[in-house]
Ligand binder design. Structure first.
Ligand code: FAD
Ligand code: NAI
Length: 467
């Protein structure tokens, strides 16, 4: 007989596992099916966490090698132990994936290892180590995430031509690396290998790096990364990648026409975005619709077109971020328990964990202009922030955008030390419907990086003190 649950969640990533735990907290019987062999999805296994471990370790290496002399600290004989760095990464990942298993046990979520396939709207076959198991559920939640988008004609082998997964596990530092795509993965993983000694060239189709970010951020960040040694070929497309015995040759062409050029690279990283993953899921059997780009359309409560079937996270589109998936996981679980599950998609922060970090929430200037919203800008450079100067990390700025009529905060865009932490203050302010003046009149500790946020908010009213 089929095992029956109130909720079966398909996919144990940040969207799925959070949904499963929250639903169980609310008294529902829950099973979560995951085929990877470990919980945590892309984020914990081959995404957010391993990339941040390598970013931190490579930052330490680079700082000890080159960044301490100005502080009067002399070091010599610095060596890279890449296997040890990778081992630490694997240990952190393992600790977290086991941690999610522990949370499942604690919350009485049944963890089923195997590949789920819908055989109807609320019936599921799970192909696992012991054969096929049948499940029935009052409600099914699809949280199957996303995978790297392929570049036509370029075959990823995860050794010479890698996706982000291969780039997180290279056995040695390449001398040269070409990154295709100046998005978040390209800049983060490009930074890792550049800090460890690779000569990195980033090829980007559009004419700016980090295309969805505020133009000021893209421009300044490009200059900063160039000073760190990365090269950019903007407005270029990759026509071909040829794999030879001693590396690859990447043929690039200007998008607007012109002469092609060739770049040699030991390793090519393809990072041109991610696409929803629903392969073999049986969506047709369940009657679940997908968009022409493969995403599963849902309403504000995560409902698909089929009653009893919900979807969330990367597979539904929008920002492909772990914290967005988690919020949707909570909202869907609460909806299933009869509560008013809701996510404010207008206030989802984005962080790029380069050094310095980039962080953004709300609207960019370009979006405000396109929407015809009249706004004020407040800007404050970290150069004028005492803590940043004391730390020796004063590149970047905070920019706050507020409605000109109401002073309500509409967005914030940061480059700078700890930007990924500082953005939480602005996100909170926006959730509370705060004005720039609300932030400006909140007392911030001195000396702290957060004073730059306060001063940028003060600058909206043209009354910043320290510039
Ligand atoms: P996923 O995490 O992709 O999880 C889906 C799970 O479903 C997978 O484990 C998959 O095995 C499983 N699955 C799929 N089909 C089936 C099936 N039929 N049966 C059973 N199981 C199935 N986001 C951030 O917010 N911050 C970051 O710093 C960050 N860094 C990233 C770095 C990299 C290199 C990458 C690739 C991504 C990064 N992301 C980051 C994005 C983040 O990983 C995703 O947004 C997030 O994992 C999406 O969560 P999800 O639960 O929707 O899907
Ligand atoms: P992305 O969408 O951030 O960037 C892809 C880039 O590739 C874009 O700039 C795009 O213009 C460019 N591009 C597309 N086709 C191209 C081509 N043929 N030639 C050259 N350039 C091309 O996607 P990315 O970096 O692969 O990341 C995937 C997802 O993972 C993102 O949605 C991101 O949100 C998430 N992620 C989040 C992180 C974070 O929050 N810190 C870290 C890493 C990934």
């Amino acid at each position: 007989m089929a095992a029956a649950y109130d909720v079966v969640v398909i996919g144990g990533g940040p969207g799925g596992y959070v949904c499963a735990i929250r639903a169980a907290q609310l008294g529902l019987t829950v099973a979560c099916v995951e085929k990877r062999g470990a919980l945590g999805g892309t984020c914990l296994n081959v995404g957010c966490i391993p990339s941040k471990v390598l970013l931190q370790s490579s930052h330490h290496y680079h700082t000890v090698k080159e960044g301490l002399a100005e502080h009067g600290v002399k070091v010599s004989g610095v060596e890279l132990d890449l296997p040890a760095m990778m081992l630490r990464k694997d240990k952190v990942v393992g600790d977290f994936t086991k941690g999610v298993e522990f949370l499942f046990k604690k919350n009485k979520v049944t963890y089923i290892k195997g590949t789920a396939k819908l055989t109807g709207a609320t019936t599921i076959d799970v192909d696992g180590a012991d054969g096929v198991m049948q499940l029935t559920a009052k409600n099914v939640v699809i949280a199957t995430g996303s995978v790297s988008a392929p570049l036509p004609g370029v075959e990823v082998d995860e050794t010479a031509i890698v996706s982000s997964t291969g780039a997180l596990a290279l056995p040695k530092v390449p001398k040269t690396m070409v990154v295709i795509g100046a998005g978040v993965i390209g800049l983060e993983l490009g930074s890792v290998w550049a800090r460890l000694g690779a000569e990195v060239t980033v090829v980007e189709f559009l004419d700016k790096i980090l295309p969805p970010f505020d133009d000021d951020v893209s421009k300044q960040m490009q200059r900063i990364l160039e000073r760190q040694g990365m090269s950019f070929k903007l407005g270029h497309k990759v026509a071909a990648v040829a794999k030879g015995k001693s590396g690859c040759t990447v043929k690039v062409e200007p998008v607007k026409g012109g002469d092609a050029a060739e770049i040699s690279a030991d390793v090519v990283l393809v990072a041109i975005g991610r696409r929803p993953y629903t392969e073999g899921l049986g969506l047709e059997a369940a009657g679940v619709a997908v968009s022409d780009r493969g995403f599963i359309p849902v309403d504000a409560h995560g409902r698909t077109n089929v009653a009893g079937v919900y979807a969330l996270g990367d597979v539904v589109g929008g920002l492909m971020l772990a914290h967005k998936a988690e919020e949707e996981g909570v909202a869907v679980a609460e909806t299933l328990a009869g509560q008013a599950g809701h996510v404010n998609h207008a206030v989802i922060p984005s962080v790029v964990y380069t050094h310095p970090e980039v962080a953004s929430v709300g609207k960019t200037e370009r979006e405000l202009k396109d929407e015809g919203i009249v706004y004020s800008v407040g800007k404050f450079p970290f150069m004028a922030n005492s803590r940043a100067k004391a730390n020796g990390e004063s590149l970047g700025f905070v920019k706050v955008l507020a409605d000109k009529r109401t002073d309500r905060v509409l967005g914030a865009h940061l480059i700078g030390p700890g930007a990924g932490e500082l953005i939480a203050e602005v996100a909170m302010a926006m959730e509370f419907g705060a004005s720039a003046e609300d932030i400006a009149r909140t007392c911030h500790a001195h000396p702290s990086l957060s004073e730059a946020v306060k001063e940028a908010a003060m600058d909206v009213g043209k009354r910043a003190i320290h510039i």
